[in-house]
Design a protein around this ligand. Structure first.
Ligand code: MG
Length: 203
């Protein structure tokens, strides 16, 4: 399986990193070795001094598809979860300055903690899902899928023009504003609506 991550999908987050608003979705990949499951601790890596959290809604793809029309895209995922797109912001800044790819900043081991999934049909409106991240019991990010620049269905249509989606693939759909650093000793808890789906420490 593969992990596809959308960048700059919330206006206020693009602004906080001084990025222009995209006219088309921006995406990059993480390998399956990036997944951190079952609330295992995240061990702060020694190659960065600036690991940022980015809290994102995650789609789980349920069937194979390519060139998926937007109007059929919603049948390609049945579950929505929450995950953290950990980013080595110091390394990413250097990559951007040199015009290099971002993999060392984005695709490293355990850079994608993943929580439990909810059945899509149990959510009232996929275009209006609120989600949040608490660090040490304080709300640090608070987003809603209604503020995405590109909807879930637009993302699936766009990505599948280039890459075949397969059952079990994950799509991280972008972070709202409020990203920031984590440090050893932090505890991260992520919620969709009022359901806690992810809860892990940084060590
Ligand atoms: Mg992200």
């Amino acid at each position: 399986m593969k992990i596809i991550c959308i960048g700059r999908n919330y206006v206020e987050h693009a602004r906080e990193l001084n990025n222009p608003l995209p006219k088309e979705p921006v995406f990059f990949l993480k390998p399956d070795s990036a997944i951190l499951r079952r609330n295992h601790p995240f061990y702060y890596p020694d190659f960065s001094n600036e690991i940022h959290f980015e809290t994102e809604l995650v789609l789980k793809i349920c069937k194979v598809g390519r060139h998926i029309p937007e109007r059929f895209a919603s049948s390609y995922y049945k579950e929505i979860g929450i995950g953290i797109d950990f980013t080595a912001r110091d390394l990413q800044r250097k990559c951007k300055e040199k015009g290099l790819p971002w993999e060392i900043a984005k695709a490293f081991d355990f850079s994608a903690p993943l929580g439990k999934f909810l059945i899509k049909d149990e959510l009232a409106d996929t275009g209006n899902i609120s989600f949040s991240l608490k660090i040490n019991n304080e709300i640090r990010q608070d987003g809603n899928s209604s503020n995405m620049i590109f909807s879930f269905d637009q993302i699936i249509a766009y990505v599948s023009k280039f890459i075949t989606l397969k059952m079990g693939d994950l799509i991280f759909t972008g972070t709202p504003e409020g990203v920031g650093p984590v440090k050893r000793g932090d505890r991260l808890q992520a919620y969709i609506e009022d359901k806690k789906l992810l809860d892990f420490p940084v060590r």
